[in-house]
Design a protein around this ligand. Structure first.
Ligand code: FEO
Length: 171
């Protein structure tokens, strides 16, 4: 049986991961609205990855005999001043998520829940990658500024990020 404090913290993290998915889907919609379909594709794939994170934790709680209680998901912002602002917000958000994961590890250790500590190590490494990939895009974006040609090239580059799952398109 899972420790109650750990169970509550993991429940909260599922909410935070689904909020992340919601935030990135909102960014995807914003990028569509400013005619940057490659950026939109990148953010959609990012949103799908966040749902994978949420489900990993969800499944783990259930596997440990815990209970997942699903709360409300906060509405994300829907507008950013420009692509740089959106990626700055993304990096800031990922840093927040990293802090949440680190707090979770602290809780697992304090409660001597070694299984959860091991489970969380995947997320610790994943956060390093997440921050690095977002920062990579942000630095490139800052270099090209809002220049049409550079932005167009980058949009093409980002469009190559494959979605985790392809949903059937409406006909
Ligand atoms: Fe699930 Fe982007 O952290």
């Amino acid at each position: 049986m899972i420790n109650e404090r750990v169970e509550k913290a993991l429940n909260d993290q599922v909410n935070a991961e689904i909020y992340s998915a919601y935030l990135y889907l909102s960014m995807s919609s914003y990028f569509e609205s400013v005619n940057l379909p490659g950026f939109a594709q990148w953010m959609k794939a990012q949103a799908q990855e966040e749902m994978v994170h949420a489900m990993k934790i969800y499944d783990y709680v259930i596997e440990r005999g815990g209970r997942m209680l699903l709360g409300a998901i906060e509405a994300p912002p829907s507008q950013w001043d420009n692509p740089v602002a959106a990626f700055e917000a993304t990096l800031e958000h990922e840093r927040k998520v990293t802090a949440l994961i680190n707090d979770l590890v602290e809780i697992a250790l304090a409660e001597k829940d070694h299984a959860t500590n091991i489970f969380l190590q995947w997320f610790v490494s994943e956060q390093v990658e997440e921050e690095a990939s977002v920062d990579g895009v942000l630095q490139k974006l800052k270099m090209i500024g809002s220049q049409g040609h550079g932005l167009f090239m980058m949009d093409r580059e980002l469009s190559s990020r494959a979605p985790i799952v392809s949903l059937p398109t409406a006909e």
